[in-house]
Design a protein around this ligand. Structure first.
Ligand SMILES: [Zn+2]
Length: 326
């Protein structure tokens, strides 16, 4: 079961060193070769499948605007951030080397008549599963940094305004010069496996009663991710983990989490939901889970989520959705 993590398929070269240079973003913008990723009210500008640049795509795609498609005067308060340049060989429809810039529009952006037909602002949680993988990664990155700018206008030390620097990856207080960077909150997410190899999935009060997923919780200050996982699992479903196997992580910027995914092993056979966050917890064998998903008794997390990746890691392959063929 234990296998090394493969190298991730990274779509953009963030050019972290170059973007720190004074005037880097302005230089890229002056070339006219960049493409713009537009965010408004924390949603990305997305093309419906029939309006995709590659017309045969069955997927939703990010609407990449050329500089000439942008209005001459962007709404005041638009935040620009350098996202990176497209790397070759990652299946992205834009040419390798194309620089991408995020334009996060202010809430009161006024008339958006320049938005092309067939494109509209969509939330990642609504459309993420239908986005091609290369675009999903770019939306996640843009969402994370856009969220940060939207909530970090003023200095946490002295309350004065902060100005964006380093191509949008830092803000500096105009008064005391303190430097601030986007933060990420680590959370542990665990697929709990018992001694009999069944998986323990939980149903939260916030969800439909048929939905079952892995258990997750935030890592506290001064706590290791593993200690946080053991503590959260004990709190929420009442089982003690004796071993943890790290699988993979996923950035989840809603608003700013980094999900650290584990398989957690327990010898306990009785789960006790906390009845405040978790409504029910249920053991499934592999056959029981696949059967419950196919007949609609259980709904598990979508394929855009690390929860699904962890469940399928335990399962040993793809879990079929109703109507899908093996
Ligand atoms: Zn300050």
């Amino acid at each position: 079961m234990t296998k090394p993590n493969t190298s991730p398929d990274v779509v953009l070269d963030r050019q972290c060193e170059q973007r720190n240079e004074q005037g880097f973003l302005e230089t890229v913008m002056s070339t006219g070769t960049y493409r713009a990723v537009i965010f408004h009210n924390r949603k990305a500008l997305i093309s419906e499948p029939e309006h995709s640049p590659d017309h045969n795509s069955p997927d939703y795609s990010v609407t990449y605007l050329s500089p000439t498609q942008l209005p001459r005067d962007l709404p005041a308060g638009t935040q620009t951030v350098y996202l990176g340049k497209v790397l070759p060989g990652q299946g992205h429809p834009l040419a390798a080397g194309t620089p991408l810039i995020l334009f996060a529009l202010p809430h009161d952006a006024g008339e958006l008549g320049w938005v092309p037909d067939g494109s509209s602002f969509m939330g990642y949680r609504d459309v993420g599963q239908q986005l091609r993988a290369a675009d999903a990664q770019i939306v996640i990155q843009a969402q994370a940094v856009a969220n940060w700018h939207a909530t970090h206008t003023f200095c946490p030390r002295c309350g004065n305004p902060m100005e964006p620097m380093k191509a949008g990856w830092m803000r500096r207080c105009v008064q005391d010069g303190s430097e601030h960077f986007p933060r990420t909150d680590p959370a542990a997410i665990v697929a709990i496996v018992g001694a009999d190899e069944r998986i323990l999935l939980a149903n939260n009060f916030q969800w439909d009663q048929k939905r079952y997923s892995t258990v997750a919780g935030f890592v506290e200050a001064g706590e290791s991710a593993e200690a946080g996982a053991v503590r959260e699992i004990a709190e929420e479903v009442g089982v003690r983990l004796h071993a943890l196997h790290y699988v993979a992580s996923q950035a989840w910027p809603f608003p700013r989490s980094l999900m650290l995914g584990y398989i957690g092993y327990t010898n306990d056979t009785v789960a006790t939901p906390d009845l405040t966050e978790v409504r029910a917890a249920k053991w499934f064998s592999r056959a029981e889970l696949q059967g419950a998903v196919l007949n609609g008794e259980a709904v598990i997390s979508s394929r855009a989520s690390i929860a699904r990746e962890l469940i399928e890691h335990w399962y040993g392959g793809k879990i079929l959705e109703p109507g899908e063929q093996a």
